[in-house]
Ligand binder design. Sequence first.
Ligand SMILES: *Cc1c(COP(=O)(O)O)cnc(C)c1O
Length: 392
Amino acid sequence: MKNWKKRTKAVHAGTRRSQYGEVSEAVFLTQGFVYPSAEAAEARFEALGEDEFIYARYGNPTVRMFEDRMASLLGYEDAFACTSGMAAVSGALMAMLKAGDHVVSSRALFGSCLYVLEDILARFGVEITLVDGTDNAAWDAAIRPDTTLVFLETISNPTLEVVDLRHVCDSAHKVGALVLVDDAMATPIYSYAAECGADLAMVSTTKHVDGQGRMLGGLIAGNKDLVRGPIETYMKHTGGAMNPFTAWTHLKALETLDLRVNQQSSTTLAITEALDGHPKLNAVRYPTHSGHPQHELARAQAESGGTVLALEVKGGKDACFKFLNALELFTISNNFADAKSIVTHPATTTHQRLPQDQKDLLGISGGLVRLSAGLEDAGDLIDDLLAALDAI
Ligand SMILES: *Cc1c(COP(=O)(O)O)cnc(C)c1O
């Protein structure tokens, strides 16, 4: 199984069949499990065998199939599936940290990640230092001998900043700090977290894995010692385990993940090229495109820049809203990686609550649009965007 390519792993890895030999993965919608005897129950509570379960908050066969398949796809030994991406991020942080610890994190973060670090963890006595994630020297200066953990988004949401992951991992590991990455934007198909040395990768499976706007889900991947040690212990007692029905829809969605992500990525690049240099735009940003200030790093780290691009409309919020409202095919929403193409105005939605000085620091301007390419025809999407830019 180790030598399988990602496309094969996404279809087959982790499959467990029941005694009926079903072809499609079974959904075990059960909270609990029965024991053949009192002795068997006692033994199972003492130590769990490979195919033994106790309670769905601890584990479930359908969820376990999904965890094994995702771990294989991401290149990690094991994974724990959670109710959402934020349950994964907050669970991993809470499981690994204690009062007095020092965390270094990139500043360009998803709004809820920033809240967990700056508000929740700070309340429990964890010291946080935020750095410009694109600046290797800033990471080196902020990581101290007593730093316990480093956190970052491999590609930041919504500004698409790229972190030199190998450099940050080396710098963190020199002082014995763990590296946790939020890998949502990189996509599980193009993820490079494991090969660059990140200890734990958290994924919002709400995004590319579901890919069809239905399910919330998340996952924490890493080596067995961490995942079945502190992570599982924290998650099983605090109640963030994934629902078996979600795991089942995710397993079926994984069968088409590679097809979808490849198609959506090539459409995103085609849109970037079509809009690059447009007179109504200040900038178009896509990690691996030559117009992105870090495209060389992005290309060295990943085969593709993913399924999201950022653009900045000239004329600020007013012009930007005219553009958004003139779109016919793109829907205005706040998710990404859906089969339907989506535009988001971060300054007034996902990042509305950030103070203006923080928005300025992160480049979340009134003209910034996050664009997620879906599975529609690329030419139709480009026509829609060009017509809406004309309408400004
Ligand atoms: C969406 C997202 C999350 C949160 O995921 P949910 O599944 O919505 O909880 C966390 N981090 C990043 C970078 C995201 O894009």
